[in-house]
Design a binder for this molecule. Structure first.
Ligand code: HPA
Length: 248
C-alpha cells in the first residue's frame, strides 16, 4: 500500500475518503498521530501528518523512527513524503514543486537509525541514491498526467531547525551543492531505506532561502501558508495520479 507523509501545509488530504484511523504503538515511542486510512480515487492509501494533525511537533522533535515503523507495520511498501522547503537554486522560486534526487544531512541529535541495538550485528545500508528511482519516475509521470509542473532533481539540504538559516549558511549550503533547504528530509529518508521501503519526496518551495530573492532582507514567514496552499492542491492532484497509475 502507498503511504503519504504530509508536511507543513498538508496536515490532511482533502481528497481522501477516510475509512478509519488507527493508533499505533511502536517500540520507538509514539508516532506523530494516528494513521489515517482511506481511498484516493478508489485506491487504498494511508496518511500521517508529520508534525501532528494540529501541526504542533517541530522538525527536531518528530519521532521519525516511530512514524516509519508504524507505516511499515501497517503494510506500507511505498512512501511519498511531502515537505516544504526554501529555494536556494535560482529557478526554485516560491510555488515550485521539485523532486529532489539527493540529500545532504546537516541535522544533529536526532534518533536516526533502527540499527543501534547492542545485541544485533553492525549493519550498514547503501545510501548512494537516497530516493527510490522507480517511485520518483512514477511521480514524475503522474505530474505529467496531472498537468502539474514538477522539476526533476535537486539536492535537498536538511538543517536542524527550528530556526531558519543565516544568509551565510545558505551561501555555504549552495557551495556544498544544495539546491533547496528543509528540516525534515532526514533521518526520514535513511530510516525508510533501513526498513526497505520505496521512498521519495515531493518538495514544495514555500520561500526563497535566507538572503535570496524576496528573502534578501529576511524570510517572510507570514506569506508561507498563502504560497503553500495552492501548491499543495497541485501536490494532491499529483498524488491522485500516482495511485491511479499503478497497482499501488
Ligand atoms: N529553511 C529551512 N527549512 C524550510 C525553509 C527554509 O527556508 N522553508 C521551509 N522549510
Amino acid at each position: 500500500m502507498l503511504a503519504i507523509i504530509g508536511g507543513t501545509g498538508l496536515t490532511q488530504l482533502a481528497n481522501l475518503e477516510i475509512t478509519h484511523r488507527q493508533v499505533i504503538r511502536s517500540p520507538f515511542g509514539e508516532p506523530s498521530g494516528a494513521i489515517t486510512f482511506g481511498r484516493l480515487r478508489q485506491h487504498e492509501v494511508m496518511f500521517i501528518a508529520r508534525h501532528g494533525y494540529g501541526h504542533t511537533i517541530p522538525p527536531h522533535e518528530v519521532n521519525y523512527r516511530a512514524n516509519l515503523w508504524a507505516l511499515h507495520e501497517q503494510g506500507a511498501k511505498r512512501v511519498i513524503s511531502v515537505a516544504a522547503v526554501g529555494g536556494i537554486r535560482a529557478d526554485l522560486s516560491p510555488g515550485t514543486i521539485v523532486l529532489p534526487d539527493q540529500i545532504i544531512d546537516y541535522t544533529s541529535g536526532r534518533s536516526f537509525t533502527y540499527f543501534d541495538g547492542r545485541e544485533s550485528p553492525v549493519t550498514h545500508i547503501d545510501f548512494t541514491q537516497p530516493y527510490s528511482q522507480k517511485l520518483r519516475q512514477q511521480i514524475l509521470q503522474a505530474a505529467k498526467l496531472a498537468k502539474v509542473q514538477c522539476l526533476d532533481g535537486g539536492v535537498y539540504a536538511v538543517t536542524q531547525g527550528p530556526r531558519l538559516e543565516t544568509a551565510a549558511e545558505i551561501n555555504r549550503l549552495e557551495r556544498d551543492g544544495a539546491d533547496m533547504v528543509g528540516m525534515t528530509g532526514m533521518p526520514e529518508a535513511s530510516l525508510a531505506k533501513e526498513l526497505g521501503l520505496d521512498y521519495a519526496a515531493i518538495a514544495v518551495v514555500v520561500n526563497h532561502a535566507a538572503g535570496r530573492g524576496s528573502s534578501r532582507n529576511g524570510v517572510h514567514l507570514e506569506t508561507i501558508s498563502a504560497v503553500a496552499q495552492p501548491a499543495m492542491a497541485n501536490v494532491r492532484s499529483i498524488l491522485e495520479c500516482v495511485v491511479e497509475s499503478d497497482d499501488n
